[in-house]
Design a binder for this molecule. Structure first.
Ligand SMILES: [Zn+2]
Length: 330
């Protein structure tokens, strides 16, 4: 894996894109993917920013909250995903989540709406009108995989050689996100162990975890995986509980809901933005469709400010900051 960003920038500029993509470091460092793949070589994922095109498609009732399709959309935005192409379902969850979180921040800013949590002191429901992403905590992979997403653990008792994986997007789709993080240690191990002493039959593995693995080894392996598993969390601003006044700081894992593109008012907001840009900047419908969401929103705000200024120059001028002494407007 190379640390220099230069070859990545060169590859991106060779693509001749109209709008720069997002580049994120992979929490897995890319080393869990095949050696000749871009992810492995650079430890990064390069992807297109969300536009109105994705917003429109994924706001259709058929697509809303459809995890399979939303994951496929994330995959379709990735550049340099070839030789061999890696399906999003084979990516580990943290690698997908880093894309989800960055898309969200780049497109809609660092405030989140409509989320509910429990107060960690009194368990009352917290439903703040908005919360801010204050910090992002990324735990990177801290072991060398034996093979792509296959890691080794040797048990102390009986010296069993265990190969285990980190949960992938496919596991999330099959088990459901809430189940995935609430498995008991033995259930969890039956899901992540893929080979014991050369045997890879899921039934044999389940029997092995139930019968042959000592309680001590279950605990050791469980904490070994938890310690080395890459993950991404965000930390919120302070949220004071109305019931007990406890100062909560929410720290939670990311999931597909954070994308924020299938908002119920998406169409209404888009119509307004499209109308303003087409009417005042003479942009075509296609131009606006291709604009990254963030650019579309800031262009709309600037256009409104300019129109106001043109229609009412005196009022606009009085809102401008006063010039400092000695500095002249040219
Ligand atoms: Zn409370």
């Amino acid at each position: 894996m190379q640390n220099s960003l230069f070859p990545v920038v060169k590859k991106i500029s060779d693509l001749g894109l109209k709008y720069p993509p997002i580049v994120s470091d992979l929490p897995s460092l890319g080393i869990i993917y095949p050696e000749n793949h871009f992810f492995h070589q650079y430890g990064k994922v390069v992807y297109k920013k969300l536009t109105a095109q994705e917003e429109q498609l994924y706001s259709e009732p058929l697509f809303i909250n459809n995890s399979v399709l939303l994951n496929q959309m994330c995959e379709s935005l990735i550049y340099f995903n070839d030789s061999p192409k890696i399906s999003i379902e084979d990516m580990i969850i943290a690698d997908r989540d880093v894309m989800v979180l960055m898309q969200r921040i780049v497109s809609f800013g660092d405030k989140l709406y409509g989320l509910e949590f429990e107060c960690s002191e009194c368990d009352s429901k917290l439903s703040p009108s908005e919360i801010e992403i204050r910090d992002i905590k990324i735990e990177k992979l801290s072991l060398i995989p034996f093979e792509p997403n296959k890691n080794v653990f040797m048990t102390k008792i009986n010296k069993h050689r265990i190969l285990f994986k980190f949960f992938t997007v496919k596991d999330e789709l099959e088990s459901g996100i809430s189940a995935l993080y609430s498995f008991k240690p033995s259930e969890f191990l039956s899901k992540v162990i893929i080979d014991v002493d050369g045997y890879n039959d899921p039934q044999i593995i389940e029997q092995f975890v139930k019968r042959d693995l000592s309680i001590k080894d279950v605990r050791k392996l469980y904490s070994y995986i938890s310690e080395h598993e890459p993950y991404i969390k965000f930390i919120s601003n302070s949220i004071i509980c109305k019931n007990c006044h406890y100062d909560n700081k929410v720290e939670t894992r990311i999931n597909l809901d954070f994308l924020g593109i299938n908002h119920e008012k998406t169409k209404e907001i888009q119509l307004d933005e499209f109308y303003i840009l087409e009417r005042h900047l003479n942009m075509t419908y296609d131009d606006v469709l291709q604009l990254p969401i963030q650019d579309r929103k800031s262009l709309k705000l600037k256009t409104i400010a300019n129109v106001k200024k043109e229609n009412n120059p005196k009022e606009a001028e009085s809102n401008e900051p006063l010039q400092r002494h000695g500095s002249k407007k040219i």
